[in-house]
Design a protein around this ligand. Structure first.
Ligand code: ZN
Length: 286
C-alpha cells in the first residue's frame, strides 16, 4: 500500500508588507496568508529596489514569527511556511564590482534576518553579467559568493536561485546557462526556484520543464506558479492570474504536480482572488 500524497503546500506572495512606521500592511504576511487560507507566504524584508540592510522592528519580527499578542495569524502562524524574496537590485553574478560587492553583503544580511524569522528559504534571481562580458565569469562570481560565505559557516537559510525571463547575459534564463551555473554552485547545496511565467517567456517547454531542470540541478525546491500575459518565448515578465494568461491553466497545474514541492503564487489580484486561486489549485492537485 502506498500512502496518499501529502497535501501540496500552496503559498502566496504578498507585498510590500513592511511599513515606514514599523508596522505591517494588513497585520503582516502571516495574517494575510491566513485570510487567504494559504499554507505559505513569500515577502520582501524591505524595499525590493533598495540597498538597505533589513532592519525589522521588534513588532515586525513578532508579526512575522507569529509571536504578536492577539495577532490574527495567531495559532495558525506556526503552520504557515515563510519564504523571503531577496531584493531585485541584488546581482551577485555581476562583473561590475560596484554592484557585485554590495550585492554579496546584502545577500548575507537578508539571509541572516530570514533565518531569524524562521524562513524556509530565500529566493534570489540568478542575475546577469554586463553586455559583452562572458557569462562564465558570472557563474564564477556565484561560486565565489557561496565559497566565501562557506568560510563563515554558509548562508543562514537555504538560498533558492530563480530562473529569469529575459536578457542574453542572464545566469538562469536558459537551461544551458543553468547547467553552467550549477557546475559552479551545485556543490554548495544551492536550491532552485522554477518560475513558470519566466520559463514560458524564455521559451521552455513547460510540459517537461520540471524534468529538464531536475536533470541539471537534481532538484526543484519551490515553484513560482504564475501565468503570463505574453506569448511563449516573448522574454517578457508580466505575470497573469492562473486562469487568465497565455499558458493553459492545466499545464500550470501539471508543473505544480510534477514538482511536488511548495508552490507560491505571484499572480496579480486581491486577497479574495488569491483565495480563489489557492482553492482552485488545491482541488486540481488533490
Ligand atoms: Zn518568481
Amino acid at each position: 500500500m502506498t500512502s496518499p500524497p501529502a497535501r501540496a503546500l500552496i503559498g502566496v506572495h504578498v507585498g510590500p508588507g513592511l511599513t515606514q512606521d514599523g508596522g505591517m500592511d494588513g497585520g503582516g504576511p502571516l495574517a494575510r496568508a491566513a485570510e487567504m487560507d494559504a499554507d505559505g507566504v513569500q515577502f520582501f524584508l524591505g524595499d525590493p529596489q533598495g540597498w538597505k540592510a533589513p532592519g525589522l522592528t521588534p513588532d515586525q519580527q513578532a508579526l512575522l514569527t507569529g509571536d504578536a499578542a492577539g495577532d490574527a495569524g495567531g495559532d495558525a502562524a506556526g503552520d504557515i511556511a515563510l519564504f523571503v524574496h531577496a531584493p531585485y537590485v541584488l546581482n551577485v553574478a555581476s562583473t561590475n564590482n560596484r554592484i557585485r560587492i554590495p550585492s554579496r553583503k546584502l545577500l548575507g544580511q537578508h539571509a541572516k534576518t530570514s533565518a531569524e524569522i524562521g524562513a524556509r528559504g530565500m529566493v534570489v534571481h540568478g542575475g546577469h553579467v554586463l553586455g559583452d562580458d562572458d557569462p562564465a565569469a558570472g557563474a564564477d562570481n556565484w561560486r565565489k559568493t557561496f565559497s566565501r560565505q562557506a568560510e563563515t559557516g554558509g548562508f543562514a537559510v537555504p538560498l533558492l536561485i530563480e530562473n529569469t525571463a529575459g536578457g542574453g547575459n542572464a545566469m538562469a534564463r536558459d537551461l544551458d546557462a543553468i547547467a553552467r551555473l550549477w557546475e559552479a554552485v551545485g556543490e554548495f547545496g544551492a536550491g532552485f526556484v522554477l518560475d513558470t511565467c519566466h520559463a514560458w517567456a524564455a521559451g521552455w517547454d513547460l510540459a517537461t520543464a520540471v524534468d529538464d531542470v531536475r536533470a541539471i540541478t537534481g532538484r526543484v525546491d519551490l515553484v513560482h506558479l504564475n501565468n503570463s500575459r505574453d506569448p511563449h518565448g516573448s522574454s517578457r515578465d508580466r505575470h497573469a492570474p492562473l486562469s487568465e494568461g497565455q499558458i493553459p491553466t492545466g499545464l500550470l497545474v501539471e508543473v505544480a504536480r510534477a514538482a511536488g514541492c511548495p508552490v507560491v503564487l505571484e499572480t496579480p489580484g486581491d486577497a479574495p482572488a488569491h483565495a480563489e486561486e489557492i482553492a482552485l489549485l488545491r482541488t486540481a492537485l488533490a
